[in-house]
Design a protein around this ligand. Structure first.
Ligand code: AMP
Length: 211
């Protein structure tokens, strides 16, 4: 299964990506997770990306495309993959199509999760993330300050770019630069629009029904 997961920040892409990747036993590629790891390692790539990520802007296409090309040099993706947070601009989408063509790989579907903006802002403000396994939690589910992951025991933290001010920026960037990809993939007959309101499992079942 070769999939792309589209949708604005906060629609639940990361959560659904983990479930889909585990269901089909395919690698989950999150460019946001790769960038956050590079930033916390203080690598060259991390240093280049940090300013963009913390202000909610997109990291330049050439940096992201370089990262993806590097990933696709391995044969880890020959039996399938799930892209989460990539592509995010038309340039990235066009270049990714070219790369897949070169490698003789066809995409199966592009899942577009749709949630309205008010709900997205509410969700992002309430979200905390495991610093170890990256599982997403709701701050409101915790009664005290003991923010520990029930899966891997690591500390739960708030993403720096999940502040209200940066979220507005990220949503604006999404509308301008990423939303046009829905039409791009619609033109290729690959889009499946999924209502992103409901429980994790309800949304997951909706996705599975379209695959
Ligand atoms: P995410 O975890 O997918 O919300 O990504 C967090 C941040 O990483 C974004 O706000 C961007 O700054 C950067 N980023 C992640 N993926 C991409 C991409 N495909 N193109 C450009 N920037 C990206």
């Amino acid at each position: 299964m070769r999939l792309i997961l589209l949708g604005a920040p906060g629609v639940g892409k990361g959560t659904q990506a983990k479930k889909i990747a585990s269901e089909f036993n395919i690698p989950h590629v999150s460019t946001g997770d790769i960038l956050r790891t590079e930033i916390s390692n203080g690598s060259m790539l991390g240093k280049k990306a940090e300013e963009f990520v913390s202000s909610g802007k997109l990291v330049p296409d050439e940096i992201i495309l370089g990262m993806i090309k590097e990933e696709f040099k391995t044969d880890r993706f020959k039996d399938g993959f799930l892209m989460d947070g990539f592509p995010r601009t038309l340039e990235q989408a066009v270049k990714f199509s070219e790369l897949l063509e070169e490698l003789n790989i066809n995409l199966d579907k592009v899942i577009n999760i749709v949630v309205d903006e008010k709900e997205i802002i509410k969700r992002i403000i309430n979200r905390i993330i495991c610093s170890g396994c990256k599982k997403v939690f709701k701050l409101s589910d915790f009664e005290n300050d003991d923010l520990i992951c029930n899966v891997c025991g690591s500390k739960l933290t708030k993403r720096k770019d999940d502040s209200e001010e940066v979220i507005k920026n990220r949503l604006e960037v999404y509308k301008l630069q990423t939303e046009p990809l829905v039409d791009f993939y619609m033109g290729k007959g690959l889009i499946e629009n999924i209502d992103g309101l409901g429980t994790e499992n309800e949304i997951f079942e909706r996705i599975l029904a379209r695959l």
